[in-house]
Design a protein around this ligand. Structure first.
Ligand code: PRP
Ligand code: URA
Length: 206
């Protein structure tokens, strides 16, 4: 399932990322903000548990998210600022790590670091701002599925129609919340109009 945001605030923030004058610190901060907004939307129907708390008017039985059931997995590098954003919202969730790099010539990505906690019965939230060919996310989802999580949610910022369709066709059972699906891939398999190279822009390696 692909859900493209129609939130004006999300679009406003995405367009600030597109601006090539946006500097790395601001770029990372905006990515973190968008990740929070996408996370809020993705968790609208998440299972909650009841707990009684003491309010200024006495006891109140109310609902909370079980953060210990959520595993946040950013795809490094560009997913790192998204992790910071969602961990501010859900500081007691669990972190997993996956690092991938696209080959500059072939656009095929390779894994260079993986460290997952147990994913059994967990809701995994994958974090990667860009879905270009979809190759990185498809491989990341396949790896996560090997550990039998309860469900997989992907939070992404900009995708191409090709990449988003490829992910949906290969993994129709995951939920993708994406801020914006752009027009196309260019001849170098970059998203157009996109924002350039998200990892380079976030970490000042242009
Ligand atoms: C970018 C991005 C995705 C991938 C998307 O990472 O963050 O992981 O490319 O491309 P795809 O859909 O065609 O696989 P990149 O490989 O540039 O690494 P980086 O985050 O370290 O810059
Ligand atoms: N990776 C990026 O960071 N940007 C793109 O447009 C494609 C892949």
């Amino acid at each position: 399932m692909i859900l493209q945001s129609n939130n004006v605030l999300v679009k406003h923030l995405v367009n600030q990322l597109r601006n090539s004058k946006t500097k790395p610190a601001e770029f990372r901060a905006i990515i973190a903000q968008i990740a929070k907004l996408l996370c809020a939307q993705a968790l609208e129907n998440i299972h909650t548990f009841e707990k009684t708390i003491t309010t200024w008017h006495g006891p109140l039985k109310t609902h909370f998210i079980d953060e210990s059931k959520l595993v946040m997995i950013p795809i490094f590098r560009a997913g790192e600022p998204m992790l910071n954003g969602v961990l501010e919202l859900l500081p007691n969730s669990i972190g997993g790590f996956l690092a991938m790099k696209r080959d500059e010539e072939t656009a095929v990505s390779q894994i260079y670091y993986q460290r997952f906690p147990s994913l059994k019965d967990k809701t995994v939230i994958l974090l990667d701002p860009m879905v270009a060919t979809g190759g990185s996310l498809i491989d990341a989802i396949s790896l996560v599925k090997e550990q039998n999580p309860k469900e997989i949610i992907s939070l992404n910022i900009i995708g191409s129609p090709f990449g988003v369709d490829a992910v949906d066709t290969t993994h129709p059972d995951i939920q993708m919340y994406i801020a914006q699906i752009d027009d196309r891939l260019d001849e170098n398999k970059y998203i157009c109009p996109g924002l350039g190279d998200a990892g380079d822009r976030a970490f000042n390696t242009l």
